[in-house]
Ligand binder design. Structure first.
Ligand SMILES: Nc1ncnc2c1ncn2[C@@H]1O[C@H](COP(=O)(O)OP(=O)(O)OP(=O)(O)O)[C@@H](O)[C@H]1O
Length: 591
């Protein structure tokens, strides 16, 4: 899919069809047992309540004319019992189905989350996060009722209809046909609006997704918004998106309301016809007043399930627009994954080879071309060069966050595209400029590097990277709760925590992408000792704009023009008086 943004509707790759329906059935089938029990309870409840018109017919035609009070009390008691039992059964069913609905939501959401965790960077590069979030949270909520109660109610209403039809045909066949006469009109109207209604709900799903994407982006960027006083401008964008959503919603609901409106009118028409046909056209000898009352009651009861079915149909059409998006996400190919028969990368030494590597994020726009180099195990490599030259791209490829466009990357002679991602990435330590902090305690954040680490190991790692001191200054020390993104911590503190996290993981290859940029010079000097400890015996790639921090690396690679323009030690490159020399002397002069 092409890159998407908050104000562009996403194209639907594969509209809902029978294949999606079968897939939805997989989730439903897992709940088969409680659903069958709920179904039986509902059927019982409906059947019991259906006997009410028969009791009434008998009372009107037989008991009342007989003027005997005792049977009347008996029939009334029976009527009461039928109502109580049917309500009781319906309540149990409702409780069971609430659970089933939640179980279905749980399953779909778990599958979505598991899949999202595997999707490559490219997937996240190409769309706003808000559009992903809305699928996992809102869309899944919106389909749960249709997939649980919806299915049961659908079958029940059909069974209900059949029961009512049997009862009414048993009472009077001719009047039953009068009741059925409204059906063809109703079905024609449904067919007529079906496609328009579906498109309307797809538009709603798109507009709500756009709105959500913008909301998410606005919350993430609130600081920049306030710095540039863009509040009213943003409000304008939000209003436009919210207006689009409201417009589509009103259109879609308009279709939905059309259906019950049709059913209501048809039901009224049919009931009136019963009286007309029953009283005027048919022979009064075989159509008693009791029969007409019972049939008019059946007419109302017959059209009630149809009204309910049409409501279910509305919900279904609405849910389809969300299911399409949910399945689209689940079908999103995991392009960066283990090849069949992928091998485990054995414990590595850290020898890295780029062999004629070409890479493009977007087809046709190469960021790196025919890049080859060889790094010995334990070497420290600095990647320097102009902004946007491709330094981060080089290191992202080593961890195989993207597939190569051409060539191969070898670690200790193993082609990284042929080994399992887990065995590859678990031997890499990556520290970024924007170190991500998860909500939880500082201790938990460091433990993220190795889940089975003891508290002593965690503290030792923090000490090694000079994080221990500032952590202990917090009242709760290592148990201090931090928010997602670490808003309680300074940028430098976040970086130190991420250093400790990486050290704990004990990776063979270390990647530091501008990882010390937010640390003050004094802490950096201190950290340098920890860092030296960290780098010892490991292959390391260090990206830094501040060249003083990479001077001591074994080799410095100057990345530009889709490849490595210069490579050598600091002294060698300075002696060459080329690109690196110019960059270094320019920085020195600025300082
Ligand atoms: N996800 C992406 N999709 C498409 N293009 C990208 C993506 N990430 C980076 N690029 C492009 O690739 C090029 C190299 O980016 P990269 O981040 O590797 O540069 P860099 O040398 O690390 O830059 P900096 O020093 O600013 O961090 C840039 O032109 C950038 O626009």
């Amino acid at each position: 899919m092409a890159r998407n943004r908050f104000d562009i509707d996403e194209n639907l790759e594969s509209p809902f069809d029978i294949k999606h329906f079968r897939r939805a059935m997989i989730y439903i089938r897992r709940q088969q047992k409680p659903m069958i029990i709920a179904f039986v309870l509902s059927a019982l409840s409906a059947a019991i309540s259906l006997s009410a018109p028969l009791i009434m017919q008998h009372v009107i035609d037989v008991t009342i004319p007989a003027k005997d009070a005792l049977p009347l009390v008996g029939w009334s008691a029976l009527l009461l019992v039928t109502i109580v039992v049917s309500v009781y059964l319906a309540t149990i069913r409702s409780r069971m189905m609430t659970r089933v609905g939640q179980d279905i939501i749980f399953d779909i959401r778990s599958d979505l989350f598991r899949h999202l965790q595997q999707l490559p960077f490219k997937y996240y590069d190409d769309r706003p996060q808000g559009k992903i979030l809305i699928r996992v949270v809102n869309y899944v909520n919106s389909v749960s009722d249709v997939l649980s109660n919806g299915i049961i109610n659908f079958i029940l209403e059909i069974v209900n209809l059949i029961f009512i039809a049997i009862f009414m045909f048993a009472v009077d066949v001719r009047l039953s046909f009068v009741i059925l006469a409204g059906l063809p009109v109703f079905l024609s109207i449904m067919l007529l609006i079906k496609n328009k209604q579906r498109r309307a709900w797809q538009a709603v799903s798109n507009k709500s997704s756009n709105l959500n994407a913008y909301l998410q982006e606005s919350i993430s960027g609130i600081r920049v918004t306030q710095i540039f006083s863009r509040e009213s401008h943003n409000e304008g964008i939000f209003t436009r998106l919210a207006t689009n959503f409201r417009k589509e919603w009103i259109t879609a609901v308009g279709f939905n309301t059309l259906i019950p409106f049709t059913v209501d009118n048809l039901a009224t028409l049919v009931t009136t016809s019963i009286y007309l046909v029953g009283l005027l056209a048919l022979n009064p000898a075989d159509v008693t007043f009791g029969v007409i009352i019972a049939m008019s009651s059946y007419a109302a009861r017959f059209w009630q399930p149809i009204l309910n079915l049409s409501q279910l149909y509305n919900n279904f059409i609405n849910a389809v627009a969300y299911l399409e998006r949910i399945f689209e996400t689940l079908d999103e190919p995991v392009t960066v994954n283990d090849v069949p028969d992928a091998k485990e990368l054995p414990p590595i030494e850290g020898h890295v080879t780029f062999d004629d590597v070409t890479f493009a994020y977007d087809p046709g726009i190469n960021i790196l071309e025919n890049l080859s180099f060889d790094i010995k195990a334990g070497e420290s490599i600095a990647l320097v060069g102009p902004t946007g030259a491709g330094k981060t791209t080089v290191v992202n490829l080593i961890s195989r966050f993207y597939n190569l466009t051409g060539g191969k990357i070898l670690i200790d002679g193993h082609n990284i595209s042929q080994v399992t991602l887990k065995s590859l990435r678990s031997q890499m330590g990556i520290m970024l400029q924007d170190s991500f902090i998860f909500s939880g305690t500082i201790l938990e954040n460091i433990r993220y590097g190795r889940l089975d680490a003891t508290e002593e190991e965690i503290i030792a790692a923090a000490k090694a990277v000079c994080a221990d001191e500032f952590i202990r200054e917090f009242e709760q020390g290592y148990q201090t709760e931090v928010n997602e993104r670490g808003s309680k911590l300074s940028q430098g503190q976040r970086q130190l925590i991420s250093f400790a996290r990486t050290l704990l993981a004990d990776p063979r290859i270390l990647i530091l992408d501008e990882a010390t940029s937010s640390i003050d010079a004094k802490t950096e000097r201190l950290l340098q000792q920890g860092l030296n400890e960290l780098l010892k015996g490991r292959t390391s790639f260090i990206i830094a704009h501040r060249l003083s921090t990479v001077k001591n690396c074994d080799r410095i690679m100057y990345v530009s023009d889709k490849g490595i323009a210069e490579c050598g030690s600091h002294d060698e490159l300075m002696a060459r008086r080329g690109l690196y020399y110019r960059l270094y002397t320019a920085q020195k002069m600025e300082a």
